[in-house]
Design a protein around this ligand. Structure first.
Ligand code: ATP
Length: 227
């Protein structure tokens, strides 16, 4: 039996909007096993990005608990949450979040520097070759297309071999063929590294290739089987 890598219990999150209380996540609970690949689907605005941010400790829930292995993330200070995220989580953001003053190569290697980890050239080359960004290493993010930035962001999220990878629409800026290749890479690396991967997506064809599909509706997750 696999151990849970992630446990979300009784998570609630609201936003205040024009003096109105707008509940987004309501008493949401979810457990994810180590090595499991999960797709998070749901209408635009249903809270997928917010949930990924809560799992990563970027945002805090109003109530409830987020545990990654033995660590209760929402009980850590902001500094400790940031340190934990840097070490154990790879996040592919919807809008990439690359650092504009660093070259592509420097962006990708940043998590190794921040965690004082050794550079593994073979793994670096595997990432850049499979995402086909070998020619872009000395360019800067602002000079890249959205799809190119997305592939760089993916390499940066994986380079330090995190236990947990969170991907917010990781193929949203890619054409179908590149999206399939990039998604295959994400799945291969997750399997190879026994990583847990949670992927927010609108793409049901990609979602159907994961171990489990969770739909976010009315602030809770319900499991869904796709054809
Ligand atoms: N900091 C915030 N303050 C106020 N409202 C917010 C905040 N963050 C998110 N929201 C609102 O919460 C809702 C959910 O946003 P979220 O980005 O999590 O949805 P999503 O399911 O990821 O959407 P999409 O599929 O379009 O990316 C939206 O209506 C958004 O405007």
């Amino acid at each position: 039996m696999s151990a849970h890598l992630l446990a979300l219990s009784h998570i609630s999150k609201s936003f205040a909007e024009q003096h109105q209380h707008h509940p987004l996540l309501r008493d949401l609970s979810l457990c994810v096993n180590q090595g499991e690949v999960i797709a998070l689907i749901g209408a635009s605005g249903s809270g997928k990005s917010t949930l990924l941010n809560i799992i990563a400790g970027i945002e805090l829930p109003d109530t409830g608990m987020v545990s990654i292995e033995q660590t209760v993330l929402n009980q850590l200070s902001e500094t400790d949450r940031t340190a934990f995220r840097r070490q154990h989580v790879g996040f592919i953001f919807q809008f990439f979040n690359l650092l504009p003053t660093l070259s592509v190569k420097e962006n990708i290697l940043l998590p190794l520097q921040l965690n004082q980890l050794a550079y593994d050239q073979a793994f670096f080359e595997l990432l850049i070759n499979s995402t086909q960004i070998e020619q872009l290493l000395y360019r800067y993010p602002d000079d890249l297309s959205g799809g190119e930035q997305q592939r760089v962001a993916l390499c940066r999220a994986l380079i330090h071999r995190p236990r947990l990878v969170l991907a917010d629409e990781p193929t949203g800026s890619l054409d179908n063929e590149t999206a399939d290749q990039v998604f295959a890479l994400l799945l291969n690396i997750a399997h190879q590294e026994q990583q847990t991967l949670i992927l927010a997506t609108h793409n049901l064809q990609l979602a159907s290739q994961t171990d489990r599909v969770c739909r976010l509706v009315s602030g809770k997750v319900t499991e869904q089987s796709l054809p």
